[in-house]
Ligand binder design. Sequence first.
Ligand code: B1M
Length: 211
Amino acid sequence: MHDFSKLQEAVLAGNSAAAVAAARQALSEGADPLDLVLHGISPAMAEVGRLFEAGDYFVPELLISARATKEVFVLIRPLLAKQGAQPTGRVVLGTVQGDLHDIGKNLVAALLEGGGFEVIDLGVSVSPEKFIAAVADKKAQIVGLSALLTTTLPAMKTTLDAFRSAGLRDRVKVMIGGAPVTQSFADTIGADGYGENAASAVQLARRLVGV
Ligand code: B1M
């Protein structure tokens, strides 16, 4: 396994240039782009979250660390996409209405692309109408909803209900995830599956499309 400590330090320091340089170096030394996400960026962002909760990091630190991961994703997304052999399916993904958290969702998007899925990422605070329009327009097999706030969990149900009202619920699988989400919540609102983390989201998506 490659040593991703330089990349992790750069993400923790919120140093975008150093993070991109460390990622480039790791790739030139033969590191797998997927490992870079799973064992470089992911644990670094988990540590950023821990430091925030411990009161050692504040919002500005969070934002510059998030920016550093985004810069690295610009570099590795095309590489991850190339790794996926045949397109496995099409996923419309977004953070639900009222919720601006996107770091976890971006990890899920990157790994889905690495798993061969085409991802239409609608961004953050996505309304039910926007999810519905994208699924209908792109003929996606899966819609993925992310939420990080307990206050935006109800928006997942609202979105699912909107799919039902639009007569589209049977035509799309719904997977949900995010820190406050649980399997039992997924069962309660009638989602097709819950991904605990980005890697399990990919396994779930593969199962949902029958791979
Ligand atoms: Co926010 N925030 N935040 N925040 N923030 C949390 C979530 C919080 C737990 C912090 C705390 O108070 N302890 C808390 C929520 C409390 C609650 O609801 N019970 C909170 C709060 C309160 C808020 C604000 C309300 C603060 C305020 O303004 N007063 C505000 C809300 C803004 C809004 O959304 N409307 C806010 C704002 C922000 C920032 C903008 C500063 C920033 C977000 C930056 C960004 O995303 N671009 C931020 C951050 C960074 C956090 C913490 C520190 C870290 C979240 C994160 O990125 N984790 C978070 C505390 C924490 O989690 N320790 C916190 C790393 C990421 C890799 O993990 O997102 O869980 P995660 O994703 C995982 C899995 O959950 C899963 O896979 C990912 C990878 O393994 N997953 C899926 C995620 N989506 C999935 C979808 C799937 C499947 C799996 O299928 C579709």
